[in-house]
Design a protein around this ligand. Structure first.
Ligand SMILES: [Zn+2]
Length: 413
């Protein structure tokens, strides 16, 4: 079971100084900043998934890449761009969620092939159109009477037509990458139908799209339905699905890979599960920067808060945590300094219990990853991209270990 990390240009600056919060003046983001696979001795994933939409943007929405980055990506290819070793696999897709609101995918099969082939991907996914909805009950309704929106059927047809054209053009152009066809559906039977069609076209690798929001039992039902039509040589990729606990079960049902960004995203998007350990997750300690916090600044401007006083609390909070990490300050004092700042930046919140827990447990000190070893308590501070992304990188390491453990000794529920 291979884990692909979906790229969104999340990198960290190795010159960032956590004590002074400054960077080296000579730092050039593109040259010096590091990807997760460059931060750790062992990359915390088996491959990277790069969306064409992320690199090129499409129509109205721009990608995450600057013009210079985009040009370099096309010129050097995906492997050189990511400075990745041959052991990391590269997979490309079109980024169907970026155009989910459009009537028809804005990318042609030949444009997708140009991207995968020119940038030398190992594998490339056909152009698809996401179906936003799931109605398993339609499988038991009478044909012709089933309550299925016309738009869903239309999107499945578009996805299958484009997959057919994509594979035909791959053969005609004698591409070097491995093509994957996408199955989109709204129920177990409709996914199985799509897989059957894709196999008839000649696909041996099939990506299952539109499952991001599905609960695990629903995904399992789809995989079971697919099993009834799947050839023994056909393998499946789950697009945007992270279910570590069921990795073995997924594997038994033909899934050989999946992709996700959620271990990284949760570090700074989640309301509670910010820092992973093998046993549990922790809330990161919020120490917002005044400069990066519009609400706080507005309250200072309006005269509700005194800037000097807020600054003093912020600095005392940060200093206290560092001192606590070096065991030069007691937990109670450090915690009180955190809470006195919290009472100013989020007066309605009270994280005293969860913060005490994480400070007592010191999970960063027990972690053997390169990030925790190097920056200590800073990894658990919710403060600025350099800390938040490093915490996400740490989460990738933990997630990847959990996945390996699960595949060796599955936890049966
Ligand atoms: Zn760590």
């Amino acid at each position: 079971m291979k884990f692909f990390f979906a790229d969104s240009q999340d990198m960290v600056d190795p010159t960032f100084d956590f004590e002074t919060e400054t960077r080296a003046q000579w730092r050039i983001r593109q040259r010096d900043d590091l990807y997760p696979h460059e931060v750790f001795q062992n990359p915390p994933y088996d491959g990277v998934l790069v969306s064409k939409a992320m690199v090129d943007g499409n129509g109205k929405t721009g990608g995450r890449y600057s013009l210079a980055q985009r040009q370099r990506f096309w010129r050097t290819g995906v492997r050189a761009f990511f400075r990745s070793s041959a052991s990391l696999e590269t997979m490309g897709d079109c980024g169907a969620f970026s155009y989910v609101r459009e009537d028809y995918p804005p990318i042609t099969p030949d444009e997708a092939i140009d991207f995968y082939e020119s940038c030398a991907f190992d594998s490339g996914i056909s152009v698809d159109h996401v179906i936003l909805g799931f109605r398993p009950e339609t499988d038991s309704q009478l044909p012709g009477f089933a309550d299925i929106p016309i738009e869903w059927r239309r999107r499945q047809e578009i996805t299958l037509e484009l997959a057919n054209e994509f594979l035909r053009r791959c053969h005609a152009r004698k591409v070097r990458f491995t093509p994957l066809g996408v199955a989109q559906g709204w129920s177990p039977a409709s996914y199985a139908f799509a897989v059957k069609q894709l196999q008839a076209m000649g696909y041996q690798k099939i990506a299952l799209g539109g499952m991001v929001l599905l609960k695990t039992p629903a995904i399992l039902h789809c995989l079971e339905a697919i099993t009834s039509v799947r050839y023994s040589g056909t393998t499946l990729h789950l697009l945007g699905v992270t279910r570590c606990k069921h990795a073995t079960l997924f594997q038994e049902l033909g899934v050989t890979s999946f992709d996700s960004t959620s271990p990284l995203r949760q570090a700074f998007k989640d309301a509670k599960d910010n820092y992973y350990t093998m046993e549990r997750t922790y809330l990161a300690i919020r120490v917002p920067q005044i400069e990066g916090n519009p609400q706080l600044q507005a309250r200072i401007r309006s005269g509700e808060l005194n800037q000097e006083e807020v600054r003093r609390l912020e600095e005392r909070c940060l200093r206290g945590l560092i001192e606590y990490d070096h065991e030069r300050l007691s937990l109670d004092v450090a915690l009180e300094q955190v809470l006195s700042y919290e009472r100013v930046h989020h007066p309605k919140q009270d994280h005293s219990r969860t913060y005490r827990e994480v400070l007592e447990d010191r999970p960063w000190a027990a972690c053997s990853c390169e990030v925790c070893g190097k920056i200590g308590i800073h990894v658990i501070l919710f403060r600025g991209a350099e800390r938040n992304k490093r915490r996400g990188f740490h989460n990738l390491v933990v997630f990847y270990s959990q996945l390996q453990n699960e595949l060796v000794t599955p936890a049966r529920s």
